[in-house]
Design a protein around this ligand. Structure first.
Ligand code: 6MZ
Length: 337
């Protein structure tokens, strides 16, 4: 089964760039770009993927700083973007939507951050035989003014690269910031034709969940704490829940894998996609996530293929791109029979 899943051409719709650098790639990045290869650094890498028993979601957000330092220069960001694309391709992911929060520092402006990531996507996707889209992220823990700059840049760059910049991701620590404050800027993005992938119900906040559902979204990140009527609404509106099994278990937002809402989504034939979230931080791959689903919920090979086809449907891709992706998946599955 694991080999079948590794070889299956897969679709990744929820991947944060800085969270998707795996430990070997972090070591490679540190060595190649910064000349760091010490034992101390290796120990820091081990600590990066280690989760203490009873870890909380807030603990995850402290981990990102480690990678953010390595991607705080143009060279670091460039190489990290290539490594992430390479690693998804190695896992036979044929289409990935990368999300990332543009960051400004002494080395880069938010514009040059996005230009750098875009440049790598344009230059390297063909080399690794993978289709890559970009969703600039709004970090809800940052001021609304930052989100306004991000959306203005996304809208502008989407006119230049409409095939790559296809949406906005609303993310960040859900225990910080107030969704309502971001409604005007998210509306602006939507009015300019950008799709919205929103982290919603990752934590239990019924008032905010209601506000988000009322506002609407193209895809729902996590959806862990949706009520039954919330799940029903998502199904009626054909809004898929981006399920990130390992992320939810390691960050403690679901008690254990058996309690994950993927089970309910499968049973009710509700729209869903399997994703990694932060394959680096959570030390996983998309193949591993599928394998975990087969082990935990008894998914068959056919169900895994169906899930992959479902992901194609919910991708922010053109009709032609979707057709090409489906043909690639179909070709592989036909060879299996
Ligand atoms: C919410 C998350 C997240 O943007 O620097 N991020 N936001 N929930 C999660 N569940 C665990 N995982 C990652 O990638 C890292 C950033 O993505 C968001 C956080 O804002 C994190 O700092 P980028 O490429």
């Amino acid at each position: 089964m694991l080999q079948f899943l590794r070889n299956l051409p897969k679709i990744e719709l929820h991947a944060h760039l800085n969270g998707s650098l795996n430990i070997d790639s972090i070591r490679e990045l540190a060595a190649k770009v910064y000349g760091v290869q010490t034992k101390e650094f290796s120990t820091l890498c081990e600590r990066f993927i280690k989760f203490e028993k009873g870890a909380k979601l807030d603990d995850c957000f402290e981990k990102f700083g480690f990678v953010h330092e390595l991607t705080s220069t143009k060279e670091g960001l460039e190489y990290a973007t290539e490594l992430v694309i390479r690693d998804f391709a190695k896992d036979n992911v044929i289409y990935v939507e990368l999300r990332t929060t543009p960051k400004a520092n002494g080395n880069m402006s938010r514009r040059s951050y996005l230009d750098t990531v875009l440049g790598v996507i344009k230059n390297k996707s063909d080399l690794y035989k993978i289709k890559v889209k970009l969703l600039p992220s709004i970090n809800r823990a940052e001021p609304v003014a930052v989100a306004e700059e991000t959306v203005a840049l996304a809208v502008e760059l989407a006119t230049i690269e409409p095939e790559i910049i296809v949406g906005i991701d609303f993310s960040g620590n859900p225990n910080q910031g107030n969704f309502k404050d971001f409604i005007p800027v998210l509306s602006k993005a939507r009015n300019h034709g950008l799709k919205l992938a929103m982290h919603c119900a990752e934590v239990d906040n019924p008032v905010e969940i209601r506000e988000m559902i009322r506002f609407g979204m193209s895809r729902c990140g996590h959806g862990t704490y949706l009520s039954d009527s919330g799940f029903e609404h998502m199904k009626e509106e054909n809004i898929p829940i981006e399920c990130c099994l390992t992320s939810n278990v390691k960050s403690g937002t679901v008690a254990n894998i058996g309690a994950h809402h993927l089970k309910q989504l499968m049973a009710t034939c509700a729209p869903k996609v399997l994703c990694t979230d932060d394959s680096g931080v959570f030390d996983t791959t998309l193949s591993d996530e599928f394998f975990l689903a087969t082990e935990s919920f008894g998914l068959t090979k056919s169900q895994c293929i169906a899930l992959t086809m479902e992901a194609v449907e919910h991708a922010f891709a053109t009709r032609e791109e979707k057709l090409m992706l489906k043909m690639q998946i179909y070709k592989y599955t036909r060879l299996q029979n």
